[in-house]
Design a protein. Structure first.
Length: 274
């Protein structure tokens, strides 16, 4: 404390100066912005995520279209397969590998020395994932439109279609972040896509539910992707179907509750949430 005339000036010691935390929204935006800016620098992580759904869409259509349509199982197999391609494009596309790199390189630990809130470290990455997932769905939808697929629900249905796909991808990514935060191991994260195989193939990916029999029909009944695909297909094939869309939303929510709970628990085990 020093005095000049009648005025008193309080001098704070240097070590008493502390950074004040910003808002949660600002923290999420900062983490998401860094993650989004890194995406163009890692094309090896994006290009396969686009090529795989396009490959399956073209191959499945070429192999099964005549059989399914002549058997009257499906009226328009291209439209029937477009949601499958979208699910492949939106599943498992995450920044979890980059998170592991940050953990191993020490950047994640340095972040913990800043005033940033802990939960936005995960939420910001999920926001970046949503941006990437939506971006990947656009060329797949355009491919479907170029091949003659038409949405019965029109442009609004296309937007709802993208929202459902993006929300599904976001919820599924909770599993990848749980693995990344718990193990900090890139090999474990890379193998996380194996989790998706039962979701993808033990369902109505290739044939409608009424054509499935035995144990596969029973498993498909409990598989949340069955209801996700039904909701997406209703937007393309039949028009607005409130029940199908509600069941799709419920299936996404059920997966999200499990996956995001696991990822938050893994984050909590690595850091102290605040």
């Amino acid at each position: 404390m020093t005095e000049t005339g009648s005025e008193a000036v309080k001098v704070m010691p240097h070590d008493a100066i502390v950074a004040r935390p910003t808002s949660t929204f600002h923290d999420i935006a900062s983490v998401a912005g860094r993650a989004v800016r890194a995406i163009p620098r890692e094309p090896e992580a994006v290009i396969p995520a686009l090529l795989v759904p396009v490959f399956f869409f073209v191959v499945n259509t070429g192999a099964l279209q005549k059989f399914t349509e002549r058997s009257h199982l499906v009226t328009d197999f291209k439209a029937f397969q477009l949601p499958v391609a979208i699910v492949f494009a939106s599943t498992g596309v995450s920044r979890a590998s980059a998170l592991v790199t940050d953990i191993q390189g020490g950047y994640f630990e340095r972040l913990l020395l800043t005033p940033v809130r802990r939960l936005p470290l995960l939420l910001g990455l999920l926001v970046a994932d949503l941006v990437l997932i939506v971006a990947l769905t656009i060329p797949v939808i355009l491919l479907g439109l170029a091949l003659g697929v038409r949405f019965k629900t029109g442009p609004v249905g296309v937007l709802v279609f993208m929202v459902l796909a993006g929300t599904w991808g976001l919820c599924f990514n909770g599993f990848t972040y749980a693995i990344a935060l718990k193990t900090g191991n890139p090999a474990a994260v890379n193998s996380a896509f194996v989790i998706f195989f039962p979701f993808a193939f033990l369902t109505t990916a290739f044939l409608p539910k009424q054509a499935l029999t035995g144990w596969l029909a029973a498993v498909a009944t409990w598989n949340p992707v069955t209801y996700l695909l039904a909701g997406l297909r209703s937007l393309v094939l039949t028009g607005w179907d409130g029940r199908a869309l509600l069941e799709a939303g419920a299936a996404i929510a059920a997966v999200g509750v499990v996956s995001l709970s696991l990822s938050i628990a893994a984050l909590k085990s690595r850091v102290t949430l605040r």
